[in-house]
Design a protein around this ligand. Structure first.
Ligand code: SAH
Ligand code: SF4
Ligand code: F3S
Length: 446
């Protein structure tokens, strides 16, 4: 009987895609997937370290597994992968005994070998110390067709790994290593393969996608990559996350305008509305640069939807500086926003140099104020969509009601509608008839 695996994923899309890759590798090695942790021979926890609370989820989960093991009299082989594994290495074992393999973000291809070895070792020596593999492998290639896609219609395609930007608050350059570009040949081959196996949408992944420069073709930058992907027959939509504001070039804006498959949505993290805070964050753009960029984008594409990430309570952020984040939010009018309370992270410049001096209560007050403004703006934008007809890629049955379908506009807003499940995978014109706080309602125009 083949052994069963379960992968639990925390963190960003990059991690979700790494989990798809690890699932594919384990299946290639003869493991079968299971959804039940009591049935699993191997549990892989793919971790995130971006904020303290994300990191703590690993230790909560390891505690649960340890507890289950005591009750069951045995426990599965446990592998910790992802950003906390890379950051903490062997120290993880000091906080929990329930770990057999610790595997860093760049050694993912070694997973089946390490897990096999751990299964054998555990059979002989149940309390053996964990295997550690934090090798900084620089090779960003990945075998074609191995990743196990979670969503049949949407395929993640990594274009850049790592990051060299070193924003003062961010742990990612330490957990993911230096920026490495994947070859354009590999990217296009993977996108074509995804489309050949049913994908309608490609989502390109990287910490700063618009920094892309093909290592195998000096003429291919991010705009050119989009152009090449736009030519793939059978592909309906191209999305990407995240671009960095300071790398949005005129060439890129032209490509967004000209290419029919590139969605009218840009996730453009701003982090703060204050140029002084942006300087201490080392974002290397000002409030004025950002607002200027938003104007240029809107001039070129009046219908483009923007979303963003914002941190409140960064060290030294005064009430006036936070106010500037509110005025920027009002000026840009984002379709959606992810907002976070600043959380000091290991190794970062902010941790070393800047005291975490905004109190927990004040961070809470600021995030609530920001979110309430965002809710109002979002409500207004969604309300204004009523009566319009939008192209919606129908991607699933609605989560709430079984007979309903769900899809997304080009601008990335969720739309629920009644319809036939055979529509899943098609892009249809939908008339918007109603708005909820986080989704729209519509009727297909057939
Ligand atoms: N590469 C992406 C961001 C990846 S991290 C970019 O530059 O846009 C995702 C988001 O988490 C960031 O945009 C930031 O808003 C948030 N974040 C990162 N580190 C954080 C920290 N220490 N505390 C709070 N939020 C943080
Ligand atoms: Fe982190 Fe900045 Fe790199 Fe984004 S660009 S991953 S926020 S260091
Ligand atoms: Fe992603 Fe979290 Fe790592 S956001 S890159 S999984 S620290």
């Amino acid at each position: 009987m083949s052994k069963k695996y379960l992968i639990e994923t925390f963190g960003c899309q990059m991690n979700f895609h790494d989990s798809e890759r690890m699932a594919g590798l384990l299946e290639q090695a003869g493991y079968e997937s299971t959804e039940d942790d009591l049935d699993a021979d191997v549990i892989v926890i793919n971790t995130c370290s971006v904020r303290e609370r994300a990191e703590e989820k690993l230790f909560t989960r390891l505690g649960e597994l340890q507890h289950q093991a005591v009750e069951q009299g045995q426990r599965p082989v446990v592998a910790v992968a992802g950003c906390v594994a890379q950051q903490e290495g062997a120290a993880i074992r000091q906080r929990s005994k329930a770990v057999d393999v610790i595997i860093g973000t760049r050694s993912l291809k070694h997973l089946p070998m390490l897990v096999d070895a751990a299964v054998e070792r555990r059979a002989v020596h149940p309390a053996a110390a964990p295997t550690l593999d934090l090798d900084p492998l620089e090779d960003v290639s990945f075998p074609l067709g191995v990743a196990k896609r979670h969503d049949p219609l949407k395929a993640y395609v990594t274009i850049i790994e790592g990051c060299n930007e070193f924003c003062a608050f961010c742990v990612v350059p330490y957990t993911r290593g230096a920026e490495r570009m994947r070859s354009v040949a590999d990217i296009v081959a993977e996108a074509r393969h995804a489309v050949d196996t049913g994908a309608k949408e490609i989502q390109l992944l990287g910490q700063i996608v618009n920094h892309y420069q093909a290592p195998d073709d000096p003429t291919c930058d991010f705009a050119d990559l989009l152009t090449r992907l736009n030519d793939i027959e059978g592909l309906d939509r191209i999305r990407f996350a995240s671009p960095h504001p300071r790398h949005v070039t005129s060439r890129m804006i032209e490509a967004l305008c000209d290419l029919d498959k590139v969605c009218r949505h840009l996730h453009l993290p701003v982090q703060s509305g204050s140029s002084d805070v942006l300087r201490t964050m080392r974002r290397r753009h000002t409030r004025e640069d950002y607002l200027g960029l938003v104007s240029r984008l809107r001039e070129a594409m009046p219908d483009i939807a923007l979303s963003t990430d914002i941190i409140v309570g960064f060290p030294g952020e005064s009430a006036e500086q936070f106010e500037q984040t509110l005025t920027l939010t009002e000026a840009v009018r984002y379709h959606s926003m992810f907002s976070f309370k600043y959380s000091p992270r290991p190794n970062t410049l902010a941790l070393k140099r800047l005291p975490d001096d905004v109190t927990a209560e004040e961070k809470t007050r600021r995030i609530m104020e920001l979110q309430s403004r965002q809710r109002r703006i979002q409500g207004e934008l969604y309300g204004a969509a009523i009566g319009r007809t939008e192209d919606v890629l129908i991607d699933s049955r609605s989560r709430r009601r079984d007979w309903e379908l769900s899809g997304r506009t080009s601008g990335n807003t969720v739309v629920n509608l009644s319809g036939d499940p055979s529509w899943i995978g098609r892009t249809l014109p939908v008339r918007i008839t109603g708005a909820n706080p986080n989704s729209l309602r519509g009727e297909a125009v057939v």
